[in-house]
Design a protein around this ligand. Structure first.
Ligand code: HPA
Length: 257
């Protein structure tokens, strides 16, 4: 671990960290140099290589709570192991963070959850075939992986500001190709509401470290075969950017209390 960079991360004394997925980095304004640390300062974090993922930690505040934003993340589909894809979570925990908010862009498999809206993750299906705990037998309890107490708080915040916040199950897949219509039908049968390529490994790693976790999917598109439009990364980024301000308002309301 790069001690100097970790010391800087720790010096912000943040209790909460927020991982921003595809197209959601705009939640953070333009930080000055002293308020950011590039992932490249940490040897253990792989460089994010996907458009829409910046690759830095940014210090911020939400009302009176100190937060660290993680702009960009590494994915399995870039060729990283589950261990390296979750290095950022371990660093944040080492920096003193106790509560983690994971966000992502996802396709919607639920005909009632329309693209452009947000879904709070109630539970997940880890369909990546791997785990950051591989090789270390930690039999952690995943039955309340996405904190009930925190979900209650976000639900109340969404109601108070009139933002639609669905709740459902996120299926995390390897990618990078989007699903076939048959796969989306299968995932729906398995109980998935949203489908993406991230988040589940970070949630597992965070729970193994004892962090409280919340997760939010920006529903950027209909899953394959649910709508009749072809899927594209450009559409995912565009819808993510448009929906980001609703999420900013939700965060502000949730931390007001
Ligand atoms: N499937 C998987 N991952 C995604 C999607 C999708 O439809 N949209 C954004 N990320």
């Amino acid at each position: 671990m790069s001690d100097q960079a970790l010391e800087r991360l720790r010096s912000w004394r943040a209790e909460v960290a927020i991982v921003l997925g595809s197209g959601l980095s705009s939640i953070v304004g333009d930080p000055d140099r002293d308020s950011q640390i590039a992932y490249s300062d940490f040897a253990e974090i792989p460089r994010p290589g996907v458009e829409g993922h910046a690759g830095r930690f940014v210090f911020g505040t939400l009302q009176r709570t100190r937060v660290i934003y993680a702009q960009g993340r590494s994915h399995l589909y870039e060729g990283h192991s589950a261990q390296s894809a979750t290095a950022g979570v371990r660093l944040l925990a080492a920096a003193g963070v106790r509560r983690l908010i994971l966000t992502n862009a996802a396709g919607t498999a639920n005909p009632e959850f329309t693209p452009g809206s947000w879904m709070m993750i109630r539970d997940h299906l880890n369909l990546t075939g791997t785990t950051p705990l591989l090789g270390q037998p930690q039999f952690i309890d995943m039955s309340d992986a996405y904190s009930q107490a925190w979900r209650r708080q976000f639900r109340a915040a969404a109601e108070s500001i009139g933002v639609t916040l669905h709740e459902g199950v996120y299926a995390g897949l390897l990618g990078p190709q989007y699903e076939t219509p048959a796969e989306v039908r299968m995932l729906r049968t398995l109980g998935a509401d949203a489908i993406g390529m991230s988040t589940v490994l970070e949630a597992i790693q965070a729970r193994a470290l004892g962090l409280e976790v919340a997760g939010f999917s920006c529903l950027t598109n209909w899953g394959a075969g649910v709508g009749n439009q072809p899927l594209s990364h450009a559409e995912v980024l565009e819808t993510g950017r448009a929906a980001a301000s609703g999420f900013s308002r939700l965060l502000a309301a949730a931390f007001r209390g």
